[in-house]
Design a protein around this ligand. Structure first.
Ligand code: UD2
Length: 313
């Protein structure tokens, strides 16, 4: 029976991946999460089908035995958020860099076949050309972006120096059910949807004309499963995006239209470290992994809004 490990498996993306693995008939799914941002409720209905370990990825001794002999480790655990990494750089450095190193080290020592690493589109920074392709020179603008990029470098170095395969997926602004809207560092769509359902004005940092390639979580789950299975891609980095680009003003306008309300947003100063435009070139990921995103922005938005509606009731 093949064993799969998901670090950060109680988080928003990690728990969706756990569900995806179980749907695909994965035999043994081991979740490692320290519940800093993850929540056990995210795994509620699958709790009986997985092994849950409340451990911190920075602690090699705790995580190494859990990784032993796994087919694939999906490394989702991280402290996300650009502004959080600027305000509190030390914790995110320790988790995103030291923690990632310990995950790779434990996986290599434990004869894991492959690690699929959750990298970030933030690594690109502000490039002159859109869409952003993997061959562009990264230009991180925040500690978080630099940390996630170093994780990629570490992953590919482990693939070349040790007997382990690694693949990095640069996620582009993932959204969907279970994304926690309650922190000042929450993903913008989760914050927008909470404001919409509570009939409050959202805050838009800057002029709202910055754009993102918002990617529905189930497309990221499918991509991870493809990245775990595809042969001959070890050491490589792929974009995990939709290929589209939506401004924050457009996103808020669409949400109002879906809900049938009109609420003027409040505009505030732009956030330091913010990337202006983000859009994935999906050519390489489609050629190497056969990946095609299935959810349009509006479809993903409607599904997510439906989930929040039930959640907040
Ligand atoms: C970055 C990465 C993303 C992921 C994420 C993890 C880029 C382009 N994307 O997302 O792939 O790794 O980090 O944290 O770097 N905003 C508002 N109002 C709010 C909240 C946010 O206007 O209440 C703005 C924010 O200033 C930014 C945009 O919305 O321009 C998106 O912010 P975010 O925090 O959702 O994600 P972002 O782009 O920093």
């Amino acid at each position: 029976m093949k064993k799969y490990v998901v670090t950060g498996g109680a988080g928003f993306i990690g728990s969706a991946l756990v569900r995806g693995l179980l749907r695909e008939g994965a035999g043994r799914v081991v979740v490692i999460d320290n519940l800093l941002t993850g929540r056990e409720e995210n795994l509620e209905e699958v709790r009986g089908s997985i092994e849950f370990h409340k451990e911190d990825i920075r602690c090699y001794e705790s995580i190494a035995p859990l990784m032993e002999g796994a087919d694939t480790v999906f490394h989702e655990a991280a402290i996300p958020s650009v502004p959080r990494s600027i305000l509190e750089p030390a914790p995110s450095h320790e988790v995103n860099i030291d923690g990632t190193f310990q995950v790779l080290r434990a996986a290599a020592d434990g004869s894991v076949r492959r690690v699929v690493y959750a990298a970030s589109s933030s690594a690109y920074g502000d490039t002159e050309v859109l869409p952003k392709s993997e061959s562009m020179l990264p230009r991180p603008k925040s500690p978080y972006a630099a940390q996630k990029l170093l994780g990629e470098y570490y992953a590919s170095v482990f693939a070349s120096c040790y007997s382990i395969e690694t693949v990095s997926l640069r996620y582009f602004n993932v959204y969907g059910p279970r994304q926690d809207p309650s922190s000042p560092y929450s993903g913008v769509l989760s914050v927008f949807m909470k404001a919409l359902l509570e009939r409050r004005a959202p805050t838009i940092f800057g002029d709202g004309e910055q754009s993102r390639d918002f990617t529905y979580v189930e497309d990221v789950v499918a991509l991870n499963l493809q990245a775990a299975a595809a042969p001959g891609i070890s050491g490589q980095v792929f974009n995990g995006g939709n290929g589209g680009r939506i401004t924050l003003n457009e996103a808020w306008a669409l949400l109002q239209r879906i809900e049938g309300v009109r609420i003027e947003p409040v505009y505030a100063d732009p956030r330091p470290g913010d990337v202006r435009h983000s859009q994935a070139d999906t050519t390489a990921v489609s050629a190497a992994l056969g990946h095609t995103p299935r959810y349009s922005f509006e479809e993903g938005l409607r599904l997510t809004l439906e989930w929040y509606r039930k959640e907040f009731r």
